[in-house]
Design a protein around this ligand. Structure first.
Ligand SMILES: [Zn+2]
Length: 95
């Protein structure tokens, strides 16, 4: 996982890992072989946004959260003064 703090908020990038089957972390994002859906719901405005291809950058209506990466990686941004858990609900699917 790479954490980059920028003035628009925090950006998190996680990539599918070939070691997913051996990983004991149950949270999911770092432990996927294949991304099926790359999608979150903003907890401020309720928008559901999905990135369907690699540079498909989507922002919710209120601008608090974004997704990117399509089927290649999970990229998220959320406000710097909030936690990830308070900013969006993860709706992605992977295997
Ligand atoms: Zn929003």
């Amino acid at each position: 996982m790479i954490l980059i703090k920028v003035n628009v908020g925090i950006i998190v990038i996680t990539s599918p890992s070939p070691d997913a089957k051996d990983c004991s972390y149950k949270g999911g994002e770092c432990c996927v072989n294949k991304i099926l859906r790359n999608m979150i719901r903003c907890l401020s405005c309720g928008d559901i946004i999905e990135s369907t291809y690699v540079h498909d950058y989507k922002v919710c209506r209120c601008g608090n959260v974004s997704v990117d990466g399509g089927k290649d990686y999970f990229k998220r941004s959320y406000p710097a003064d909030r936690s990830q858990v308070d900013s969006y609900e993860e709706l992605s699917q992977w295997e």
